[in-house]
Design a protein around this ligand. Structure first.
Ligand code: ATP
Length: 647
């Protein structure tokens, strides 16, 4: 039980060196102690290492690009201390690490990696404290280990998107609420003990069928018909008396239960009404979204494994939200529909609503109208892919709702709303304008988020596809979050060409092409919008109409004209000192290089991001005219993406 910081350091450094691609753990360098000794509060000296009172309680390394195998035996000395392990969203390989070394572990998150192989039946033996186990989206094979079935504290078990085979063992865990084994190779029937689980937890297992009903309790009528054997007949009168007595008691009990049930429902309706009355505008009323199709409507889709008639099952499934993240508060569609809601705005694809969950957390529900480009399976797969993305400048997708005729994407509400409102609406509202430093911070965040999308979604030609100022949201600290990204594969083709920003790029308008540099063009336009404070008018136009009043054209015309002063293009409201004007000019130059109409001459994403990252956030000592280019420089450098006047 090492509270000695030298020992802790050694343990962690050994563990780090057993992994590969550990750039994210650069502050695990042994310079500072991993835990502050005898500190009351949780400390986080080393990235992802959570300490309490000098003991390591959690190692949480999600989405850190880690590779290699995980040798938990190197952490054996922490076996009594560790309460949580999180290695989710990395590229870790090999068999399931030896989790059962840590008897006091409460949560283990290993989803979204490349762990593989069979898991021994006793892999979770002795882990009575375990509450949450997430192994989703790996390539585990073989049977579901039996040692999971008697973990009395287990609440969440996520094994979906693996290759588990065989039958589902009988889970008797009293606290189990989430048991997701969808998309595996399981066979047989769903054990009765799990038949109350959300049916979507079992989908995608070809050989799995609905729960075999528990052996039905014999009814009095059954008992009567069974009394045909001679032995029973001899006891006939006695049995009949007992049966009648039982029927009597059961009837009595049933009447009491029915009365209680009716009373309870009345009470609940009263409470619900009294809560809802002051909030007449709930999401359902605002949108008319229905929880499910009525049985007469046969258009709900999909099949599920458990309980009830096929129609019931389909209806049940169509009321479910699908969560793409493990780390979020779960809620139902019903919670959202009942929530008081306000419309945030309507865009090309539908409207967005802000809705308050019962917990008070604000969510945004975006209702998409043109999202039928792919079928259910492909849609779900794509949403899962988007759900795996993790970046400080991406607004995470939390969950989605899929029905053939209704698609909702649900994410967090971001406090300060969209960049578009701050650039174009604040003046009208009498609010202060965004100053230069904030604008630069926003651009840097957007560029980083976009760079990440290119890395993580290489199969998409336009990984964002809809980059514009209303799809950049700002939090309290004006940190930007990209939203509506990665949707090109699921948006109907005709609509995307009409409505999405990517399809308004010069290469699409002129040659009907989308290229890997299309999002770069979107970034360039966004930067010009931020620098000039002018709205790019062509986004509003539908279809392939070519417009000359394009923002890039206007900036170009100012830059190229001898009669104009370049500084006229900048939004006067963003302020900034002479020193910052140097960075503004550099940024203008970068934006114009991103807006090259000729794709070949345009910057690629890597170059664009690198150049943006080099910009100085604080005013340096540089003087605008001494260290930065003159207007003549910027004019002469136009069109040469690799020739930067200021870099
Ligand atoms: N999560 C969110 N938090 C805060 N505001 C949001 C959120 N999502 C969207 N908004 C804002 O709600 C408004 C409507 O957004 P919506 O996405 O429906 O349309 P849009 O972005 O204007 O157009 P499009 O449909 O083409 O994306 C916009 O001002 C948008 O910035």
């Amino acid at each position: 039980l090492p509270t000695d910081s030298a020992a802790l350091k050694n343990i962690l450094l050994k563990f780090k060196s057993s992994l590969s691609n550990t750039a994210a753990l650069s502050n695990w360098d042994g310079k500072s102690p991993p835990c502050n000794k005898e500190e009351d509060n949780t400390t986080l000296n080393w990235k992802g290492v959570f300490c309490s009172n000098g003991y390591i309680r959690g190692i949480q390394l999600p989405n850190m690009g880690l590779k290699g195998t995980v040798d938990l035996t190197l952490l054996v000395d922490l076996k009594e201390d560790l309460r949580s392990l999180n290695f989710a969203d990395n590229s870790l390989q090999g068999p399931l690490p030896d989790l059962n070394i840590f008897g006091a572990l409460k949560s283990a998150f290993l989803s979204n990696n490349q762990f593989s192989g069979n898991i021994p039946d006793d892999a979770f033996k002795g882990m009575g404290s375990l509450k949450k186990l997430h192994l989703a989206n790996n390539t585990f094979t073989g049977p579901i280990p039996k040692s999971l079935t008697n973990l009395s504290n287990l609440i969440e078990l996520k094994l979906q998107d693996n290759k588990f085979e065989g039958r589902i063992p009988d889970f008797q865990n009293p606290k189990l609420q989430v048991f997701n084994v969808s998309n595996n190779n399981l066979v047989g029937t769903i054990p009765p003990s799990l038949s109350k689980m959300d049916p979507s937890f079992f989908t995608g297992n070809k050989g799995l069928s609905q729960s075999s009903q528990a052996t039905p309790t014999p009814t009095p009528a059954d008992s009567g018909s069974n009394t045909k054997n001679p032995e029973s007949e001899s006891k006939g009168t006695y049995t009949l008396t007992i049966v009648l007595a039982m029927v009597g008691s059961l009837l009595g009990l049933a009447i009491i239960v029915a009365v209680l049930f009716i009373l309870c429902r009345k009470q609940r309706r009263k409470t619900t009404l009294s809560i809802e009355t002051p909030l007449p505008s709930n999401l359902q009323k605002k949108t008319g979204i229905r929880e499910t199709d009525r049985p007469s409507n046969s258009s709900s889709e999909g099949s599920v494994g458990a309980g009830g008639s096929t129609r019931d099952k389909k209806a049940a499934e169509s009321t479910k939200l699908s969560f793409v993240r493990d780390d979020r508060e779960m809620f139902d569609l019903q919670d959202l529909l009942k929530a008081s809601a306000e419309i945030l705005g309507s865009g090309c694809f539908g409207s967005s609503y802000k809705a308050a969950l019962p917990s008070g957390h604000m969510m945004v529900v975006k209702r998409f109208k043109q999202m039928n480009n792919v079928g259910r399976e492909e849609f779900q797969e794509h949403m899962r892919r988007i759900g795996r993305l993790r970046h400080p400048n991406l607004l995470p997708l939390v969950s989605y709702y899929y029905r053939k005729e209704e698609k909702l994407l649900i994410s967090d509400f971001v406090d300060r709303g969209s960049l578009a409102v701050h650039l174009h609406g604040n003046q009208a509202l009498g609010q202060p304008n965004l100053e230069w430093a904030t604008r630069l911070k926003v651009i840097k965040g957007v560029a980083k988020g976009l760079g990440y999308l290119y890395k993580e979604l290489p199969s998409l030609i336009a990984p964002h596809g809809h980059l514009k100022s209303s799809n950049v949201l700002l939090n309290e600290a004006y940190e930007p979050f990209l939203t509506d990204y990665g949707l090109t594969p699921v948006i109907n083709q005709e609509s995307s060409q009409d409505l999405m920003v990517a399809y308004k790029s010069p290469e699409f308008l002129q040659q009907g092409r989308i290229t890997k540099k299309t999002d770069v063009w979107g970034l360039g336009i966004l930067i010009l919008e931020i620098l000039t404070g002018k709205f790019p008018a062509n986004f509003l136009q539908q279809g392939k109409k070519k417009t000359d009043v394009d923002l890039a054209n206007w900036v170009n015309s100012v830059v190229e004209s001898r009669d104009n002063n370049i500084s006229d293009v900048f939004d006067k409201d963003m302020g900034g000192t002479n020193n910052s004007q140097g960075e503004m000019m550099k940024l203008l130059n970068i934006a114009l290089a991103c807006c090259e109409a000729e794709v070949e001459k345009r910057l690629d994403i890597k170059e664009a991001v690198e150049k943006i990252e080099e910009l100085k956030e604080r005013d340096g000592e540089d003087d605008f005219y001494s260290s930065c280019a003159s207007e003549a420089d910027i004019k002469s450098s136009r069109g040469k993406s690799d020739d930067f006047a200021f870099t």
